[in-house]
Design a protein around this ligand. Structure first.
Ligand code: GLY
Ligand code: MN
Ligand code: MN
Length: 429
């Protein structure tokens, strides 16, 4: 019986064989990369394997590991053997996956690459002296990474479940009056990971900190009865990420009503993530939804059309709707519209949009609308947009709540997208 992993390998082998034929190559070497030391220090930066190599194996890869591909042959895994008593031993993981691989244990100065054929190209963080660079190869393989195999989607289901488990614990810690640091620790414990294993540094902001898009501190002070918790944090499964944001509130008030209405918009956007839709159009739908929300909640008196003309929604929603998700949280190829590497840049109206492609079945994307009360942007609006129609008293009222973001991870389908995040939360309750 074939497993999801074996089917995944067949797909990858086909993609790379096509690439070898296209560029007239005899082999491709994918390197995870070497360890990187802090300046004048003997400690290393947390290691993340190059995603092109990680994609081939069902466990997390470390440094100095290579995947070697040759047409018509099983892939080869060159595995670093360490002879040192400072670190844990590094045995090759056991498992059925080995049946489909040649495994070459290599010591630091092994010359395993001497057996590579001519015309071997490399992809990885550093040049490999034994291989040739190949213009266009990276774009060629990156393009296809957007569409995930069933094996990859299953990994992301698991990453979503762990992430959602962490969010449930974070909400409880928030309601119990914990600090940002304590909430983050509760998230990590429940999602069973240390901070350096997170797919990206978790964002945990109380009150006004919820208005800082990439708030990176974890304050230790206890804020009695904090109003808002915005937590943007995920987990990973052999490198595949979940990227989840929730905004939790303490009080039954008009801010909670705003969160509820943004949640409805977000769910509709997730439903609309189907094959053939241009992601830029979904972003535009979001701007319209934000304008309606600002009007209904009496934040801006202008009509939707007037708001769009004056770019009022962008004051409150200054980032893109989402991005491709995979081994990299902001996965590669979001602006690429073909294998040759042609780019479609975002419109001037949405310069931060990381995804300009038309959606295809089994792409995995994030949908993450937000609505923030960011003092800098509100001051700029007051200075630069005449007759902005916004009620400054109402805005001052909302500022102490910070802002809202709701982010789900969605598998694009032809008719009914799969919402990995909502499904994971449902399993948690
Ligand atoms: N967590 C980063 C992002 O949502 O894109
Ligand atoms: Mn995201
Ligand atoms: Mn996020």
């Amino acid at each position: 019986m074939t497993t999801l992993y074996q089917e995944h390998l067949v797909v990858l082998q086909q993609r790379y064989q096509d690439a070898m034929a296209h560029f007239d190559l005899n082999a491709i070497v994918l390197a995870t990369g070497g360890k990187c030391y802090y300046f004048q220090d003997d400690h290393t930066v947390p290691f993340h394997a190059y995603s092109g190599a990680q994609q081939w194996l069902p466990f997390t890869l470390g440094a100095d590991t290579f995947v070697v591909l040759q047409a018509g042959q099983k892939p080869t895994l060159v595995w670093p053997i360490r002879e040192d008593f400072w670190h844990a031993a590094n045995p090759v993981p056991s498992g059925d996956w080995q049946k489909d691989w040649h495994i070459v244990p290599a010591k630091k100065d092994d010359q395993w690459f001497n057996s590579l054929p001519t015309n071997t190209a490399w992809l990885g963080p550093e040049p490999m002296p034994f291989a040739i660079p190949c213009d266009g190869l990276k774009a060629y393989v990156d393009f296809s990474k957007a569409v995930k195999t069933p094996f990859e989607i299953e990994a992301m289901r698991r990453a979503s479940l762990r992430g959602a488990t962490g969010h449930v614990a974070a909400e409880a810690a928030f309601l119990a009056g914990k600090s940002e640091l304590e909430i983050h620790l509760a998230f990590l414990q429940a999602s069973q990971q240390s901070a350096i294993q997170e797919p990206y540094p978790g964002i945990v902001g109380l009150n006004e900190h919820a208005a800082v898009l990439h708030y990176e501190h974890k304050a230790t002070d206890h804020i009695p009865n904090a109003r808002t918790l915005l937590i943007d944090a995920g987990a990973n499964e052999h490198g595949y990420a979940s990227d989840i944001t929730r905004t939790f509130t303490r009080y039954e008030d008009d801010f909670r009503a705003l969160v509820g209405d943004l949640d409805k918009i977000e769910k509709t956007l997730c439903q609309n993530a189907v094959t053939g839709v241009a992601f830029r159009d979904l972003h535009q739908q979001t701007l319209i939804g934000i304008a309606e929300l600002l009007h209904e909640h009496k934040i801006c008196a202008l009509s939707v059309e007037e708001q769009l003309a004056k770019r009022i929604p962008q004051v409150f929603f200054p980032h893109g709707l989402g991005h491709l998700l995979g081994l990299q949280v902001h996965d590669v190829g979001g602006h690429q519209i073909d294998q040759v590497g042609t780019l479609r840049k975002p419109d001037e109206d949405a310069p931060f949009l990381r995804l300009t492609r038309t959606l295809e079945e089994n792409m995995v994307i994030t949908i993450e609308p937000g609505l923030y009360f960011i003092p800098m942007l509100i001051e700029k609006m007051q200075a630069n947009i005449p007759q902005h129609g916004c009620d400054m008293t109402r805005i001052q009222h909302f500022m102490p709540y910070g802002g809202i973001r709701i982010e789900d991870n969605v598998v694009v389908k032809n008719t009914q997208p799969e919402n990995l995040t909502r499904d994971a939360f449902e399993k948690r309750h």
